[in-house]
Design a protein around this ligand. Sequence first.
Ligand code: ATP
Length: 253
Amino acid sequence: MHGLQLEAVSNAVLAPLDLSLAPGEALAILGPSGAGKSTLLKIIAGLLPHRGRVIFAGRDLTGVPPHARRIGYMSQDLHLFPHLSVAANLRLPLLFSGLSRREQTARIHRTLDLCAIAHRAGRRPATLSGGERQRAALARTLAMRPRLILLDEPFATLDGATKRGLWHELDRLRRGLGMSALIVTHDPEEAAALADRQVHLNHGQLNAAAIGTLRQARRPQPAAGSAYYLCNLHTNYAEPQNGAPNVLNDERR
Ligand SMILES: Nc1ncnc2c1ncn2[C@@H]1O[C@H](COP(=O)(O)OP(=O)(O)OP(=O)(O)O)[C@@H](O)[C@H]1O
């Protein structure tokens, strides 16, 4: 099974960069404002033109529209539709999923439950607190059960206690659903809470010297005989052996 591979990806902001992400692995992207972190996520999500190749699960995504990438993307702005209820916001990505209406409804309720926001299913986003909106946006990102999620400063606007609670829940959910993640953050504590590895981006360039491992014990182990890679080397990993219960095993498709 393959994860994410970026091969010489570049645009006006980013210098050509190579990056690999193993299935089930979470990578934090740190760096100063204007470094190109959001730009990188938007390229992977299919929202910006670029040079080079984005390969996910063995498939070259060149020309593949965002909704067909099976990649969840949550921007800093959340982009919840204000005229729709929380539940209706979750239904939108599912319209492309091939699920029947009944299956969509079951998925929506299950996901709202998982994100502890089911009690706000009928509310419009403007009537929610900041933390509730973040949960709703996260639930929408997870509704289609993407194999990779791209989170751009997901909890930047929240207070410390709310943020820490959500870190824990997101980490549990991500592992339970077996998803990989790229998480843009300015906060080293958030990186440590959510990611297995981190990279630093500066002036559109990956800083290999600052690449580090955050969670040695929880990181997916390299396949026998393969060299552990950091930034520019590609290798195949074995499936993650994190021992986390798969809370949605029956839903993976
Ligand atoms: N639509 C755009 N048109 C022109 N320039 C842009 C556009 N979007 C971003 N940029 C520029 O690209 C550079 C990188 O922006 P990006 O949003 O990727 O940075 P970032 O690392 O995510 O910053 P921050 O941490 O402040 O969110 C910045 O100089 C920014 O001004």
